[in-house]
Design a protein around this ligand. Structure first.
Ligand code: ASP
Length: 294
């Protein structure tokens, strides 16, 4: 079994991942060691920069007793012109128990899965999907609210380039939440241009999920000064006041502080779930490795 997209998971598998994610979250907090995957080898292959996803997959493998290894792509034969297919077959020949792949091209993890025998996990492909991010977001919401069903989630900002938004828009409605997507017109996909404004989407939301402006995927400059983006579309205390009482704030990271999110909101110990997302990420990825490898 591979973990390539939200739609590749059954409702039952999603329920298991969230339950086991919660289990591992508690075990990690209690610092109880576990080694169900002792002796297993997890290869991590990241063709794009990453802090949270890369380190949390490594931490998850360690915490389960498996060994995570990283190919430093910048210093590898990829730089000598080796093709993606040859790199995939080469790593596959080392007989890993799992391959975790982040790639700038949509569909690269699915291609990899066709070339190696072990399970492949999509750790983010281009603008397509980031399924383990959506699952960890769901886990963080569940840890905070004790439910997902019935919640209103506003996902705001650079929807056009966001694999996080795509995976969450597929996952959260399956768990009973209502999802509203909004952002500046130039950062919305064409089919969503008629959606509400950021201010309308935030109205009464229980969860406000901000997205990073993905400058590396933008063909043209945004034009506006960073402060102007914050003022018009970003999460400021004034804008957050439109959300439901007790609303929480999420961001997959890395944050452009002062662009899509104001400092005081990012650092609000009561309302910001941003570091809880990171902690839930390790636990959820433990659940993924367990499901695929155990
Ligand atoms: N870290 C997330 C991703 O890789 C979000 C982002 O980069 O903006 O998709």
């Amino acid at each position: 079994m591979d973990l390539l997209s939200i739609d590749s998971l059954s409702d039952e598998q999603i329920a298991t991942l969230l339950e086991r994610g919660e289990h591992w979250f508690e075990e990690n907090r209690a610092r109880r060691p576990a080694e169900p995957l002792k002796g297993r080898l997890v290869l991590n292959l990241f063709y794009e920069h990453s802090t949270r996803t890369a380190m949390s997959f490594a931490a998850a493998a360690h915490r389960l007793g498996a060994s995570p290894l990283f190919l430093p792509v910048e210093q590898s034969s990829v730089k000598k012109g080796e093709t993606f297919e040859d790199t995939a077959r080469t790593l596959g020949a080392m007989r890993p128990d799992c391959l975790v792949l982040r790639h700038r091209e949509n569909g690269a993890p699915a291609r990899m899965a066709g070339m190696v025998e072990c399970p492949v996990i999509n750790a983010g492909d281009g603008t397509n999907e980031h399924p383990t991010q959506a699952l960890l977001d769901a886990l963080a919401i569940r840890l905070r609210f004790r439910r997902i069903e019935g919640l209103k989630v506003a996902i705001l900002g650079d929807i056009r380039h966001s694999r996080v938004a795509h995976s969450n828009a597929l996952l959260l409605p399956r768990l009973g939440a209502t999802v509203r997507l909004a952002g500046p017109a130039m950062l919305m996909p064409d089919e969503l241009l008629a959606t509400p404004s950021v201010d309308e989407a935030i109205e009464g939301a229980d969860v406000v999920m901000m997205l990073r402006v993905q400058r590396e995927r933008l063909a043209e400059e945004l034009g506006d000064a960073p402060g102007e983006y914050l003022e018009r579309y970003g999460l400021t205390p004034e804008r957050l006041a439109r959300a439901a009482p007790g609303a929480v704030v999420m961001h997959p990271g890395p944050m452009n502080r002062g662009v899509e999110i104001a400092d005081e909101i990012a650092d609000d110990p009561e309302r910001s779930l941003i570091l809880l997302q990171v902690e839930a990420g390790v636990a959820l990825r433990m659940a993924c490795l367990e499901l695929l490898l155990a």
